[in-house]
Design a protein around this ligand. Structure first.
Ligand code: ATR
Length: 285
């Protein structure tokens, strides 16, 4: 679509933002849905966040995504938060409603949608979550909200796993939440239904690393790595060899993007074409 005086601008702010797939997702979707809008990325350096938000607001930008390292810091500049953003404690999507900035979080729902699409039940399941950073937190909150029976959180810094499990326990009293270290010897791997890697271990360029030793998994376990660079991490390759069902982070990324766009445009979008396009284009990169 051509750019004219009615073209709306949407964007991503973060640092660094190079190699982000979000422009691919949104510009393809805008085009497919005949929406006169463009999506750009802006690398906002530290200390410039406040100024960047004022600028986006002054220019009447309709909506934007927020990524590392600003997902929590952005909250102080927003006028309102959705229930999910409050629960997760971070924002990845902002909608500008007549100058009022409303913060949402679609990361957690993106994760849940990708499980649903792959017909993986969460209700009453036992889940091992590796990582207690921002992504781990969002995913644990959604797993608990969706009715997981037990969530065991392991993390390099054990205090962070402890803090997150305490917080989850105080919100969800019907979910059993435990924590431990990455080399936790007490994990009963044969009882785990789903494992989710929410750490950056194994991400490009450190593609030879795995967050934990995957040799204990049995074929009944679904192994999900939220990393999408590379598409199949070493962790997933090992799990696949053990007969596990494996999922990478690309579907979660696409769903969170489409969910953001649905919030901005207030309409339902068809995710299938976007998925096909982004998957084929991202494999070429
Ligand atoms: P994100 O928002 O992507 O979750 P984050 O909040 O910085 O980013 O969290 C990164 C996660 O990866 C954390 O669980 C981190 O462990 P620590 O809490 O101990 O820092 C984990 N992580 C990063 N590098 C790691 C490494 N080399 N070994 C083990 N865990 C690592």
């Amino acid at each position: 679509m051509n750019i004219d005086s009615d073209t709306k601008l949407y964007c991503l702010i973060g640092h660094p933002i190079s190699k982000s797939l979000s422009p691919l997702i949104h510009n393809f979707s805008f085009n497919e849905n005949k929406i006169n809008a463009k999506y750009l990325t802006f690398d906002v350096k530290e200390n410039n966040l406040k100024m960047a938000i004022s600028g986006l607001k002054a220019l009447g930008v309709q909506g934007f995504n927020v990524t590392i390292p600003y997902k929590t810091e952005i909250i102080q500049y927003l006028d309102e938060l959705s229930e999910e953003a409050k629960l997760i404690g971070s924002v990845n999507t902002v909608k500008n409603v007549n100058g009022k900035l409303i913060g949402y979080n679609t990361d957690g729902m993106g994760f849940i949608e990708s499980l649903k699409e792959n017909k993986i039940e969460i209700k009453e399941k036992i889940v091992l979550v590796i990582g207690a950073g921002g992504a781990g937190r969002a995913i644990c909150m959604m797993l608990a909200k969706e009715g997981a029976e037990k969530i065991h959180i392991i993390n390099r810094t054990i205090d962070k796993a402890k803090k997150l499990s305490k917080e989850l326990n105080s919100i969800f009293d019907d979910v059993l939440i435990t924590y431990g270290s990455l080399d936790n010897k007490k994990i009963d791997f044969k009882n785990i239904d789903i494992v989710v890697n929410c750490t950056s271990v194994g991400m490009y360029p450190n593609i030879d690393e795995t967050p934990i030793n995957p040799n204990h998994f049995t074929s009944k376990t679904t192994v999900y790595d939220i990393i999408y660079k590379p598409i199949k991490t070493k962790f997933l390759k090992f799990a696949e060899k053990r007969g596990c069902k494996i999922l990478n982070g690309l579907d979660m990324l696409i769903y969170q993007g489409i969910l953001s766009e649905e919030i901005w445009l207030d309409m339902n979008l068809n995710v299938e074409k976007v998925k096909k396009n982004v998957k084929s284009r991202s494999l070429q990169r």
